[in-house]
Design a protein around this ligand. Structure first.
Ligand SMILES: CCCCCCCC/C=C\CCCCCCCCCCCC(=O)SCCNC(=O)CCNC(=O)[C@H](O)C(C)(C)COP(=O)(O)OP(=O)(O)OC[C@H]1O[C@@H](n2cnc3c(N)ncnc32)[C@H](O)[C@@H]1OP(=O)(O)O
Ligand SMILES: Cc1cc2nc3c(=O)[nH]c(=O)nc-3n(C[C@H](O)[C@H](O)[C@H](O)COP(=O)(O)OP(=O)(O)OC[C@H]3O[C@@H](n4cnc5c(N)ncnc54)[C@H](O)[C@@H]3O)c2cc1C
Length: 730
């Protein structure tokens, strides 16, 4: 499809393409996984192009209700073709290639996401990973042919991260051989599941399993929630749409509340545990966390999702940068393409290399995932902790880097990048959510840290560890890892870039031409160099050590540090008397995210007052500098010094405690910005989360109930599209 010559191509773009040092088709084959896969992808793309309805009015110009209905209309058309194609496939590998192609092509039809994302991304994988063989035989064909539409409802108003804290209960009633589902509190309302608000008629519900008076922890259940004919919510359920959000606007994320809702015994997904008719609980799993399997799978998928989304953003930004000309550098000469500015290349090229870093790592991670799954089928769960640690940190880093890089791509497109039609805002809104869902960034990094600490203990005991973390043993050897720049960078490369380097080298080592190898090597080097420079600060603090100080005062420093510990500030810790659940505010990582916002507010207010008086002078000072780093540091220094001095002037008349707090804020601001470069400021609250009375869950539910989609129990798109589709009449 892309091979056809296109009329009226911008001359600058043509020129750039002519400059390409390698055969583009060869690289396309490499990305697709081979010539045949490229041909198959193009065949499917062409077929979809012929058969898919396009938008008549741009999606972004529709109302929320119209957006949803339009998304259902397009999804149903796409699903029809998808189901047909899937039914022709006989081999597992063909199915996974086809699914990936459909996933990629489907993105061309949605500015936002399809309400079927959770059906495909989590409902079907959970059936495969959590059901017994008999259950798979029953549910999978229904789900694959979209005779039922499902979602995954785990998160509640009160708990998302801490799964063990979920409050929804499933209590077994042996008289009727049913489970009774209940939402005992407001905070136990299921919240967020995609497709739940209006589309799904089935739902995987994660609930605390009770039988014979004992709680056995969280388990997944497969539950019908809407009537198959009328689509009305079943009796005993309150279900609706949660309200507008940053992105995911057409995903109809929903809430679900249970009131003595009864489901058959075999609704429990029984691969890893079952409840017998008489209520006896039988554990089958060899590892206690196997019920978390779908999350690992989606974390693995997300690495390739991020590669794909960033590849779209950087393609947009690079093409536009080739077309866009700005600023007359020499009189009477044409303005340069913005792509020729070094600063522009600095913004963009790292994203290109990041795409490849993510894609190669993702291919490797998916293979690792399948190997671990195959071993687990034979009863070996040894590699699961490492897979969990790997998928956690790779998911956290790639989602975070991807959304930051997409923002850079938007900045690189100037004002036009802010237009919804550029697609950059929607790509950002989609990817920034991935940093939170399927496990919050910080929480997942802490899971990996936990694994590394345990591994370190093994290393110290002299025990063997897996190849991926063997560097921990090597780095006990001071010769291999000294504090010279080379030593530090060596350590950093080994830790952070090992997979990418080896995988990219392996993938391009045969078959590929020298031209492609050169480009891949350049991208790989750029990625390594960029991150060793960006994170030099992190690497240097590795020496922030009581043991490794220059003066060798090891024992004095150990004691000094011990005395600073907050645990030593009170003789008896309150957990001796009771064990409260921590507020997330108590996590230092959370305070790190929030307190700088308060300090910044004061800094900006003080500096704004001061700036007003001496605007002219400062404007000329801010103009200095040839790169963006220098003026950024200059601006930051102005904020710091003005904040410091102006605050000092204005606090002298205040009470001592208030003075102390304000001075702490100054210190925090200064200290934070020596470590970080960015921070957020929320000046106008208008927020369900930040209300003065702290009634967060009540306000979230109140707002959700005001949501227009909840004013009608069944959306008209059910009768128009969904029902005829499910009944095979479309
Ligand atoms: C035909 C049509 C065409 C269209 C085609 C389209 C095709 C579509 C295909 C693909 C689509 C791809 C896109 C997918 C997008 C999907 C969208 C998803 C939307 C979002 C969904 C969600 O968010 S669902 C909810 C997710 N929730 C979370 O992730 C919660 C995060 N919390 C946790 O994971 C855990 O609670 C925790 C890890 C943070 C803590 O758990 P817990 O308290 O139980 O454990 P401990 O901290 O006490 O640790 C105990 C011990 O267990 C280890 N451990 C923890 N987790 C795991 C695990 N998962 N596996 C293995 N081990 C685990 C932990 O390390 C500890 O080990 P120790 O040895 O004791 O140290
Ligand atoms: C667009 C979107 C779609 C979603 N779709 C679904 C879905 O389909 N199904 C579903 O079940 N869920 C879904 N979710 C929910 C999602 O999985 C959770 O929001 C996510 O897991 C984060 O949990 P939380 O909201 O409880 O965050 P919290 O845990 O409350 O996080 C708040 C803050 O506390 C910090 N924190 C929490 N615990 C710790 C700790 N132990 N140590 C240090 N810091 C900590 C976090 O880092 C974060 O800064 C979706 C969410 C979004 C945004």
């Amino acid at each position: 499809m892309r091979n056809k010559p296109i009329a009226n191509v911008n001359a600058d773009l043509l020129k750039e393409r002519k400059n390409c040092s390698f055969d583009i088709e060869e690289l396309t084959n490499l990305i697709d996984g081979g010539k045949n896969q490229t041909a198959r992808r193009r065949e499917i793309e062409n077929m979809l192009l012929k058969n898919m309805p396009f938008d008549i009015i741009p999606e972004e110009c529709l109302s929320a209700k119209e957006k949803y209905e339009n998304a259902v209309r397009k999804s149903v058309a796409l699903n029809k073709i998808g189901v047909e194609l899937v039914s022709q496939v006989t081999k597992a590998k063909e199915l996974s290639d086809l699914t990936l192609t459909l996933r990629r092509v489907s993105d061309a039809y949605f500015r936002e996401v399809t309400p079927f994302l959770l059906h495909l991304g989590m409902f079907i994988p959970t059936i495969l990973g959590q059901c017994s063989d008999e259950q798979v035989a029953h549910w999978l064909p229904l789900a694959m042919q979209l005779k039922i539409i499902g979602t995954y409802a785990q998160t509640e108003l009160g708990h998302g991260t801490f799964i063990r804290g979920l409050e929804t209960t499933a209590t077994y009633d042996e008289r009727t051989e049913e489970f009774v589902l209940n939402s005992p509190t407001l905070s136990s309302s299921k919240w967020w599941a995609g497709g739940l608000g209006k589309t799904a008629n089935h739902c995987i519900v994660v609930a605390q399993l009770y039988t014979k008076g004992e709680c056995y922890g969280t388990h997944p259940f497969i539950v019908q929630i809407r009537d198959m004919d009328t689509h009305m919510p079943l009796k005993g359920l309150k279900v609706g749409e949660i309200g507008p959000r940053l992105g995911f606007q057409t995903a109809d994320n929903g809430f679900l509340v249970f009131d003595n809702f009864r489901i058959p015994r075999d609704s429990l997904m029984m691969k890893h545990a079952k409840v017998l008719k008489d209520g006896t609980y039988v554990k089958i799993a060899r590892h206690s966390k196997l019920t978390y399997g779908t999350m690992i799978f989606v974390r693995v998928l997300l690495v390739s999702e991020m590669a794909f989304n960033l590849s779209k953003a950087v393609t947009i930004a690079v093409r536009y940068s080739a077309v866009r000309r700005q600023s007359e550098l020499k009189p009477n000469e044409p303005e340069p393409q913005v792509l020729d500015y070094l600063t522009q290349q600095h913004k963009l090229f790292i994203s290109i290399s990041t795409v490849y870093a993510f894609q190669f790592t993702s291919n490797w991670l998916m293979k690792t995932y399948h190997t671990v799954q195959a071993n687990m089928k034979h009863g070996n769960t040894d590699a699961l902790p490492e897979l969990h640690a790997l998928s956690s940190c790779l998911k956290a880093i790639c989602t975070s880097d991807c959304s930051a890089a997409i923002e850079q791509c938007r900045f690189a497109c100037g004002g036009h990048g802010y237009m919804i039609s550029s697609n950059l805002p929607s790509l950002y809104a989609f990817t920034t959510a991935t940093r939170t869902y399927e496990g919050d960034y910080t929480v997942l990094l802490l899971q990996t840290a936990r694994f590394l600490v345990k591994t370190w203990e093994q290393v110290e005991l002299g025990n063997a560890v897996t190849p991926m973390v063997a560097y921990l043993a090597r780095h006990q050897n001071r010769e291999a890892w000294d504090e010279s720049p080379e030593g530090i960078i060596r350590a950093f490369e080994a830790i952070a870039a090992g997979v990418y380097q080896t995988e990219s080298v392996r993938s391009v080592s045969f078959g590929q031409s020298d031209a492609i190898k050169d480009v891949m090597k350049q991208l790989s080097d750029l990625y390594l160099l960029y991150w060793s420079l960006e994170r030099t600060g992190d690497l240097l603090t590795t020496l922030k050590s009581t043991l490794g100080s220059y003066d060798g005062r090891v024992y004095e420093r150990l004691m000094e540090e011990a005395l600073k510990s907050p645990l030593n500030q009170e003789p008896v810790n309150e957990s001796f008397h009771n064990e409260p659940e921590p507020q997330v505010m108590d996590f230092v990582s959370q305070q790190h995210k929030l307190f700088i916002g308060i300090a910044s507010y004061y800094s900006y207010s003080m500096t704004a007052l001061w700036l007003w008086d001496i605007l002219t002078k400062v404007t000329s000072e801010l103009g200095v500098g040839k790169t963006d780093r220098l003026p950024e540091s200059h601006g930051r220094a102005v904020f710091m010094s003005v904040f410091n001095s102006e605050m000092e002037k204005s606090v002298s008349s205040l009470s001592a405690p208030l003075q102390a707090v304000l001075r702490q804020l100054v210190e925090l601001y200064l200290y934070y910005w020596t470590l970080e470069k960015r921070g957020d400021l929320l000046l106008v609250l208008q927020s369900t989360l930040g209300s003065y009375d702290g009634r967060v869950y009540e306000r979230l539910m109140e707002e959700a109930l005001k949501n227009p989609p909840n004013k009608e129990p069944v959306n008209e798109s059910f009768h128009k599209y969904l029902k005829p589709f499910i009944q095979g009449k479309l």
